[in-house]
Write a protein that binds this ligand. Structure first.
Ligand SMILES: *Cc1c(COP(=O)(O)O)cnc(C)c1O
Length: 386
């Protein structure tokens, strides 16, 4: 297998990779605990992985809940498994869920698996999901189905444009109907402060491999004491021949949660996450610096809302770099090569029309260098720079 050296050799602006990059501590922990059931050396009664005291997995779960401002937390193999656990617990066949038209596809699949119905909240002309639109969708769903939706799933920042959606408004709307809210923090938990209780949400889901400097698959599902009773309910089944019962194993978690390298890596990265979320403003500042420089190139456009409130930005170069690509022998790959030769990677290979990129985790001088590279490439190919 080839060694992957992208993070060492390049400035990598791939949005899904920027904040999942491991800390050195996480790497060390993974090497030490790479063997299968390595964390199970001291799995004592009542035999559940999140109760293990050595290594300090139990304590980590308290810390993780605190980190997102909730009462209880479990690790899950990806944010999507968090949605799945919540939807499976709250939604029966024929029940409905309200989610955004810009919601992540895994939310739709979680609803589909439970036999539920999806009611989408449209965005407004500025690309934002408002609280009012959530309220209207709930009303519409009630009329259509003759009953209220069982859950509202809300992405604070969507994965396409990373626009900030009105989470407070959404919570207010849902609460008026008494509907629980799942806060999808795949693009927030681990990079910006998230306080689920302050927001008034019932569930907080984060992605370990996207935003928590953790390996795949990993993630967090956190909830209130009330929510825990439903989603972290323990098994009741009994073997009809053996008469066996399974103690405090949790049904939605299928007993034990993240194991081995994945859990210890999450644990090792948590102190870094606690520290780095305090510097979110500086990250957003870098993002806006880049965007402003990027817009100096004649024809460049930003698809995401401006000024940026996130490091992920969708841009459009149809009127700039794509015009060069139309005439270039390498087509869109001319742009990929130009970036590559400057040590920049992570933009979809060959893309010159519309693509996503993220400045998350770059130092100030790296962001400057990145911006200069775009300007330089533009000048080299005779595009006007303002
Ligand atoms: C990436 C992403 C997900 C999926 O996260 P996984 O941890 O890979 O399951 C879900 N929702 C949003 C908004 C995302 O950006």
């Amino acid at each position: 297998m080839e060694t992957r050296s992208r993070e060492e050799l390049y400035i990598n602006v791939q949005p899904i990779q920027a904040a999942g990059r491991l800390t050195a501590d996480a790497m060390k922990a993974m090497i030490s605990y790479g063997d299968g059931y390595s964390v199970c050396d001291f799995c004592l009664k009542p035999f559940r992985l999140d109760k293990i005291k050595k290594p300090a997995i139990e304590e980590f779960h308290f810390e993780l809940a605190k980190f997102v401002g909730m009462d209880e937390a479990r690790t899950v193999p990806g944010a999507r498994r968090g949605f799945q656990a919540v939807v499976s617990s709250l939604v029966n066949k024929g029940d409905s869920v309200v989610l955004q038209a810009v919601g992540h596809y895994t939310e739709f699949l979680a609803i589909e698996q439970a036999g539920g119905i999806a009611h989408e909240v449209p965005i407004n002309t500025s690309g934002i999901t408002t609280g009012d639109a959530v309220a209207q969708t709930i009303e519409k769903a009630r009329k259509k189905d003759g009953k209220l939706p069982k859950l509202v799933i809300f992405d604070h920042f969507d994965y396409t444009n990373a626009n900030e959606h009105d989470i407070k408004g959404a919570v207010k709307a849902a609460k008026e109907f008494g509907i629980p809210v799942l806060y999808n923090g795949a693009y927030t938990v681990g990079i910006k402060p998230v306080d689920g209780k302050a927001l008034g949400v019932d569930f907080v889901v984060g992605s370990g491999h996207k935003s928590m400097a953790s390996p795949a698959p990993s993630g967090v599902l956190a909830t209130t004491k009330e929510g825990a009773k439903k989603v972290f309910r323990t098994t009741k089944i009994e073997g009809d021949v053996s008469g066996r019962k399974f103690g405090i194993k949790e049904v939605e978690m299928l007993g034990c949660t993240l194991m081995g390298a994945n859990i210890v890596a999450m644990m090792a990265s948590l102190p870094t996450l606690r520290e780095r979320v305090k510097h979110w403003d500086a990250e957003v500042k870098n993002s806006n610096y880049f965007v402003n420089e990027f817009l100096r190139v004649d024809g460049n456009k930003v698809v995401s809302e401006c000024p940026r409130k996130h490091c992920l930005t969708k841009v459009d170069c149809t009127e700039s770099f794509d015009k060069i690509a139309q005439k270039h022998k390498d087509h869109g790959y001319f742009f990929t090569h130009e970036l590559d030769s400057r040590g920049i990677t992570g933009i979809f290979p060959g893309a010159t029309r519309s693509f996503k990129m993220s400045t998350y985790g770059l130092t100030e001088s790296q962001v400057k260098y990145l911006a200069e590279a775009f300007v330089e490439i533009a000048r080299k190919h005779s595009l006007e720079v303002h």
